[in-house]
Design a protein around this ligand. Sequence first.
Ligand code: BMA
Length: 340
Amino acid sequence: MKYQILNAPAVPNMPWQETEGSITDIPIWRYRENPVIRRNPLKNVARIFNSAVIPYEGKFVGVFRGEQKDGIPFVYFGRSEDGFYWNFDEEKVPFVDGNGRPFMPAYAYDPRLVKVEDSYYAIWCQDAYGAAIGMAKTDDFKTWTRLENPFLPYNRNAVLFPRRIDGKYMILSRPSDSGHTPFGDIFLSESPDLVYWGRHRHVMGRSEKWWESVKIGAGAAPIETSEGWLLFYHGVTGTCNGLVYSIGGAILDRDEPSKVLYRCKTFLLTPEEWYEERGFVPNVCFPCATIHDAETGRIAIYYGCADSYVSLAFTKLDLIIDYIKENSVIRESDSEEGRR
Ligand code: BMA
């Protein structure tokens, strides 16, 4: 391999399917049996989408956005032997407070799941007098202890980095409003203890490229590579028929991730298949996780489709990094440290 995935394990059994034919354009291809999670996956859940998975003890686990049949979203836990077929707990993730007492948010959606050192952190959007970020820590996927909310409302799309940088935990987030936010840039914040967050820095904003001209938000946890942090994010455009969510790619500086080194001017994946174009909210591709194998550079992207399904798309490290570099356009607000 030309480039390396750093500080991440080999995952030889990761979900994978080769592309059919040669790659002549954007080097991302969909799993041919998509979507991997279909409607009514659970007794009280009508749809699962925008969900995050990680390798765990030779298998896979994840936190899933389950839209209950009363329309309210919550987080459900799931397990998989192969990363394609998932079994879910019927009950919602039972969040507790620091004393072990039940402490459930009113709703919870768009969860991410990130391993940092020996613990696992779920991060999601919830109500705290408006849309805000919730966080919980678990060591065993049984006890999920809520942490302090990292930010004041309103904020969405928070993603933790998989390791500390210069001793600090790092998180990307998107300050927003409490509705269907018509604006939004990605910011970086750091913390010595996962309680107090500060040194907020602008990372990158919506751009003049039309596919991401309304708002952007962090997607999957950044992948550490020899070229920097590889970030798959979502970019949103406005049309006369509503918003369209595509997947974009950028590479952030390894030591100072508020600096964007490369940012792809084209989307990497945009709604084209029936399960992306048609559903509860049409035209949504919303990445929340990757599984990647440090040995082969294979990357599987898990993304929510049309607020109705979960699908998989594949790429390889060398291909995607070269594509992002070859098509990179950087603005001053991307490359600066981000402090004003
Ligand atoms: C955003 C979030 C996502 C959702 C998207 C499209 O604001 O709520 O969960 O996928 O809208 O509906």
